[in-house]
Design a protein around this ligand. Structure first.
Ligand code: GTP
Ligand code: MG
Ligand code: ZN
Length: 363
C-alpha cells in the first residue's frame, strides 16, 4: 500500500485540496487510463473511478478531462457506490501533444488541432530514443519542443547501446546539439548504465517515459523495478519498429521512491506549443538570424545571410536549419488553427444523446 505522499502529495496539494475537502471529496491520483474508466490511488488504496456528469459537462475541450498523473477530487455518494471524479486539481505541469480528432463523436465541435494531455504533473520526461534507425536528431528536436512546453525537465536516454558500435559518438553528438539536456547511453536489456538513471528517482518525483514504439520504455521500467512487471514486445526486423505493445498509460510506484509512467509509443509527433520554446532549442540559429542583412531572411539565396555563412564554415548543420524551418512552419499552422478554433469554443455544445461515460480514445 502506498501513502499519498509516496505519490507526490505535499503541502501545496493539500492546501489546494482544502476547497474540495470541505465538500467531502477524497483526494486521489489517476494511476491508469482505461477505455471507459480510470484507476485511481487514494489513501485507502486503489480503485476504479468514472468521470462525473458534472466534470464531463464542464469540460470544454479534451485537455480539461483527467489524464494520468492528475490529482483529482473523488466523491462516493454511498459506501459501495462507484467513485466519481468531480474535479481535476490545477496541473503543475502537463505534457501534451496535438491531438487528431479530439472529442470524436461525443462532441459536436471536433477541433483539428486540439491539445491531448498525455500525462499531468510530471517533473521529468525520460525521452527514450533507441540507438538504431530510431535515432534521428530531427525527431529528438520534435520531442524536445513538446517537452519544453510542458514545464517538465528532459533527460535524453539513448537505449540499446549494446547494438550500437559508436554509441559514444552519438552521446557526444546529442550533448553538443542539446547542451541543456542530460544525455545517458544505456542498455535496458543488459541492465547496463541504469545506475545513472536511478539517481533521478526520488520520493515525490514523477517521471514519464516517452518515445516511439519499440525503443524499450517498458524494458527500462522493468530493469529499474527489477521484475518483469510490464509486457515487452517484439520489434519488426525490417525497420526495427515496435508493435505498440503498451496499450494504456500506467503508473508504476517504486519502493525506493518515485513514480514512473509508462506510455504507449507515440506514432507521429505533431508539434504543439509556443514559438519561444522552439527558439530555445534552436538558440544558436535564432541568434545568428539576427545578424542576417534582411530581417525576413529565409537563409536561402539572400546576400548577407549569417546563417548560410555559419553553415559554410561548418559551425551549424544544414540539416538542423532545415528541421528548425520545418518545425517553425508546422507550429505556425497549428497555432493558427488553434486560434480559429478558440473562437468557437465558447459556443461549444454537446450532443444531447451520448452513451454512458465515454472517455475519448487516446488514438
Ligand atoms: N538490443 C536491445 N534490445 C532492447 C533493449 N531494450 C529493449 N529492447 C528490446 O526492444 C523490444 C521492445 O521493447 P519494449 O520495452 O516493449 O519497448 P516499448 O518502448 O515499451 O514499446 P511500446 O510499448 O510498443 O511503446 C523488445 O524486444 C526488447 O527486448 C536494449 O537495451 N537492447
Ligand atoms: Mg511498452
Ligand atoms: Zn539569413
Amino acid at each position: 500500500m502506498y501513502s499519498l505522499h509516496d505519490l507526490g502529495w505535499n503541502e501545496a496539494w493539500e492546501s489546494t485540496f482544502q476547497l474540495y475537502k470541505d465538500k467531502g471529496y477524497i483526494p486521489a491520483r489517476i494511476s491508469k487510463e482505461m477505455k471507459n474508466s480510470y484507476s485511481v490511488i487514494m489513501e485507502s488504496g486503489e480503485a476504479n473511478a468514472r468521470l462525473s456528469d458534472l466534470l464531463w459537462k464542464a469540460a470544454k475541450n479534451r485537455s480539461m478531462l483527467p489524464a494520468i498523473g492528475d490529482w483529482v477530487a473523488l466523491q462516493q455518494k454511498h459506501i459501495g457506490d462507484p467513485y466519481q471524479i468531480m474535479e481535476v486539481l490545477p496541473r503543475k505541469s502537463c505534457f501534451s501533444r496535438k491531438a487528431k480528432n479530439t472529442f470524436g463523436r461525443n462532441f459536436t465541435k471536433p477541433g483539428s488541432s486540439d491539445e491531448q494531455v498525455l500525462s499531468a504533473n510530471v517533473d521529468i520526461v525520460f525521452l527514450v530514443i533507441a540507438l538504431d534507425a530510431d535515432y534521428k536528431l530531427g525527431k529528438i528536436e520534435r520531442y524536445l519542443s513538446l517537452i519544453n512546453e510542458s514545464g517538465a525537465k528532459t533527460v535524453l536516454i539513448l537505449n540499446k547501446a549494446d547494438i550500437c558500435g559508436d554509441y559514444e559518438d552519438k552521446v557526444e553528438e546529442a550533448k553538443a546539439h542539446y547542451p541543456q539536456v542530460p544525455v545517458h547511453a544505456i542498455s535496458a536489456i543488459d541492465e547496463w548504465g541504469i545506475a545513472a538513471i536511478l539517481s533521478y528517482l526520488k520520493t515525490g518525483i514523477t517521471i514519464s517515459l516517452i518515445g516511439s514504439s519499440g525503443v524499450g520504455k517498458s524494458t527500462l521500467i522493468n530493469a529499474i523495478v527489477g521484475a518483469e512487471l510490464l509486457a515487452v514486445g517484439e520489434i519488426r526486423r525490417a525497420d526495427s519498429r515496435g508493435r505498440h505493445t503498451t496499450a494504456v498509460r500506467e503508473m508504476v510506484i517504486l519502493s525506493q521512491g518515485g513514480v514512473l509512467i509508462d506510455n504507449p509509443g507515440l506514432r507521429d509527433i505533431k508539434i504543439f506549443g509556443s514559438e519561444e520554446n522552439l527558439e530555445d532549442i534552436f538558440r544558436d540559429i535564432v541568434n545568428l538570424e539576427k545578424q542576417c542583412r534582411f530581417s525576413d531572411c529565409h537563409h536561402d539565396t539572400e546576400p548577407g545571410c549569417a546563417v548560410k555563412a555559419a553553415i559554410q564554415k561548418g559551425e551549424i548543420d544544414a540539416e538542423r536549419l532545415e528541421s528548425y524551418q520545418t518545425l517553425k512552419k508546422e507550429l505556425a499552422q497549428v497555432n493558427k488553427r488553434r486560434e480559429q478554433r478558440k473562437k468557437h469554443e465558447d459556443i461549444l455544445i454537446y450532443k444531447e444523446k451520448r452513451r454512458g461515460y465515454n472517455i475519448p480514445q487516446p488514438y
